[in-house]
Design a protein around this ligand. Sequence first.
Ligand SMILES: C[S@@+](CC[C@H](N)C(=O)[O-])C[C@H]1O[C@@H](n2cnc3c(N)ncnc32)[C@H](O)[C@@H]1O
Length: 242
Amino acid sequence: MEDKSCSVQLQGGSRGREIAPSAGLHKSLESWPSPWILAPSTGQRLDWEVVFGRKAPVVLDLGAGEGSFSLAYSVRHPGKNIMAVERKAERARKAASRAQRLGLDHVKVLHCDIGYFLRCFVPPSSIWEIHLLFPDPWPKRRHAKRRLITPAFVSDVVLALLPGGFVRFVTDQAFYFEQAVEHFGRQKELQPEKEEVGSFPPSKFETIFLAQGLPVYRAIWRKIGGVLEQELPCALSGISVR
Ligand SMILES: C[S@@+](CC[C@H](N)C(=O)[O-])C[C@H]1O[C@@H](n2cnc3c(N)ncnc32)[C@H](O)[C@@H]1O
């Protein structure tokens, strides 16, 4: 069933409020560099094959900042389609400019709120990987409602994932890690998995925290069913669900 809030045009705001690209913003983005994509009209799910111009496993980097992870990961995985989502326009613009400079056509950047993006733009069971790298922890109790990882958000993540796909969460905040483990751990469709050292390039924030000798907490949960990555055909239409 279509989420009613998807037909409402949301705009402006930061600090936990949702934004989606408005008509005015579309106009201002027209001169922004490829591979920017403009959000479809509200309530319309993205067709990944149209967005990327090919069929390949789709990877989401949610809260991508200037795209440090998306760009490094896309260089390692030319066979995956990478979508970076960031709500700060300047950061999103930088990510897109860098992708363009490096000729990474399989990276797209969307200036949009993560929650809105997942609920309104992502077709169910269409995503192979979701990376949540250092989402703002909002440690003060009065700001807790601004945190990204909530039971509702986790449900949207599970819905978006293909069976066999995974969500990865990395943070420097022990309390936020515990909360995430609790919320993701409640999902019967997810199974925790160990992250192999060196499997993923560090994001900008990860590099900063590790250089300072600070702890970094990480976890992966895989959606039950589906295929193994090594069996994953480039054409997702070939995926069979166990
Ligand atoms: C702490 S930074 C981490 C950036 C990057 N993931 C990294 O690890 O280097 C968090 C980023 O998430 C973005 N962000 C936070 N909440 C968001 C939301 N609801 N929708 C989209 N982006 C969001 C912020 O603007 C910021 O760029």
